[in-house]
Design a binder for this molecule. Sequence first.
Ligand SMILES: [Zn+2]
Ligand SMILES: [Zn+2]
Length: 293
Amino acid sequence: MTLRLVVLGSGAAVPSPERSLTSVAMRYEGDVYLFDCGEGAQRQMMKCGISYAKVKAIFLSHLHGDHIFGIPGLVYTLRISERVDPLLIFGPPGTKKRVAELVGADVDFLKVEDISAGWAHDIGGAEIGAFETSHKPGSLGYVFEEEKGLRFDKEKCESLGMKGRVFKTIQEKGEVTIKGRTVKIADVTYMKEGKKIVFSGDTEYSKSLVKAAAGADVLFHEATFMEDMRAKAGEDKHSTVKDAAKAAKEAKVKKLILYHIGNRYKDMAAFEAEGKGIFRDLEAARDRMEILV
Ligand SMILES: [Zn+2]
Ligand SMILES: [Zn+2]
C-alpha cells in the first residue's frame, strides 16, 4: 500500500507567506499521523485533502512553539465536531503538562503521554519509535518502520484457485495440494521489505539519528541554516544543509527531504546545491509537497 507523506509546514521559528510551521502528515492504512504540529497545520490538511478527523496520533519532537501551536486549533475543531475516538499525543517529558496548558486538562478524547528515546508504538503492521536527537534535553526524532515478511502474491494465488483454509495449511506445512498438484509456499509468496521513514525534528548533526535512520526510504532532516550561519547553527543546536546531507550519506538513506528551513533563504537551488556535493538525492521541502513511497 502506498504511503502518502504531505509536508504541511516546512518553515522554522516564525511563519512566512510561503512557509507554515513544521508539521508532516503521513497517511497509512487510512489513518493520519502527524509529526510535529506547527501553527496552521489543520488548514494545510484541509488544503491537501488530508482529513483532520482521521488524525490518530501526533508525535512531537520537542516543545518549542513552532512545533506545537497547531495543537490547540486542531483540538478545538475536533471538540466542535464532537470527536469521540482517542487522539494520542506523544512527546518528550513535559508534553502532558504543556498540552494541558494549551487546551485545558478536560478534553476527554485526548490521551497525552510523555515518552523518551527507545519508546515504540505499534500501529498495526508497522511501528513508530523514538530516538534521541541533539537540540534540547529530551528532544526526539521518530522512525516509522513497516514489518517485513512474507506476503502472498494475490494473482498467483487466485490463478491456482487458493482459498480459505488452504492459506493456513500452506503456512503451517510449507506446501499444500490443490487439485492433485503440490504448491510450495515459495511459489506463491514474496518477501516484502518494510518501508522506513525518519523524521529528525530539530537537531544538530546527531550520531544517534544516523544510526536510527540507517537505510531509510525517506529521511526528513531539518536544515535551518546554510553554511553562512554555521556559528548560529552551533549555538542554537540546529543543522545546516551540509549537516543534513552528511547524516543522509552516513545513514545511506534513499532520499533526503530538507525541512524546518529558515525564512532568510529564498533561493532553493542555491540551498540544495550546498548539500548535493555530499548527498545527491536531496530536495528542499515546500509547503504541501507530497511524497509517495
Ligand atoms: Zn523549530
Ligand atoms: Zn526547536
